[in-house]
Design a binder for this molecule. Structure first.
Ligand SMILES: *Cc1c(COP(=O)(O)O)cnc(C)c1O
Length: 226
């Protein structure tokens, strides 16, 4: 556990120095990408106070770990038939990327009388994301959700960068997403730009991410099974 707090100290310092270097003033949230990590570890981190939300990829694992004493997001691809297990239990569904999924979220949110907050996932060609929509389609998607899905609130954008992409390409990609975010944020009240994982969070912050999703750099290497 000491290690995790040390890792977190390093991450916080890195983010602070990048913000200084690039004159950035927005707060950057650190989300713990908690797949394969046990609930006790998350509680300890939660008590520290600097990581206030945990992101799960798989609904089954989320359901097993879920407790209302922690704040959760869904960050992995979401099948429509699994929406009913996460609705109302997560702060954001970060992986909203198609109307069929919006239809089901709307239906389930209506059923329990809540508004589900979501981020729209951008397709960057990342293999591990297996989803997302093209940047050019985001505006009309958000406009449609806003007018036709009263139980969904879009709060921002999310992107997973392809692995091993060359650094300048990565910058370009993150900056493109930030640009679209800037173009839409006032009109649609967006506040969250979720970009950056262990390998690329420093570049993501440089390019204007305000929420990084960190797994290995925070918790250490994942066990091989998953
Ligand atoms: C696993 C995962 C992360 C964190 O990955 P690391 O490389 O371990 O930091 C972030 N975002 C998503 C969508 C993930 O699935």
């Amino acid at each position: 556990m000491d290690n995790i707090i040390e890792n977190l100290n390093t991450i916080v310092a890195e983010i602070e120095s990048i913000k200084q270097k690039f004159g950035l003033t927005e707060d950057v949230e650190i989300l713990g990408a908690s797949k394969t990590r046990d609930a006790d570890t998350l509680q300890i981190l939660n008590r520290d106070g600097r990581v206030r939300v945990f992101g799960e990829n798989r609904v089954q694992e989320f359901t097993q770990k879920y407790t209302d004493t922690l704040t959760w997001d869904i960050i992995g691809q979401l099948q429509t038939n699994k929406v009913k297990y996460v609705i109302g239990k997560v702060r954001y569904i970060q992986s909203l990327d198609r109307f069929s999924l919006a239809d089901e979220i709307e239906k389930q949110a209506t059923k329990i009388g809540i508004t589900q907050k979501c981020l729209v996932e951008i397709n960057t060609g990342a293999e591990e994301a297996k989803g997302g929509m093209a940047l050019k389609d985001v505006q009309s998607f958000i406009a449609t959700v806003k007018s036709k899905y009263p139980h969904i609130e879009i709060c921002g954008l999310m992107a997973v960068a392809p692995r091993g992409i060359e650094e300048n390409k990565l910058r370009e990609l993150f900056k493109d997403v930030r640009k679209t975010y800037d173009e839409l944020k006032d009109e649609y009240g967006l506040t969250v730009l979720s970009m950056g994982m262990s390998e690329d969070y420093k570049i993501a912050v440089e390019c204007g991410s305000n929420s990084v999703r960190l797994g290995r750099v925070l918790f250490g290497e994942r066990p091989r099974v998953l």
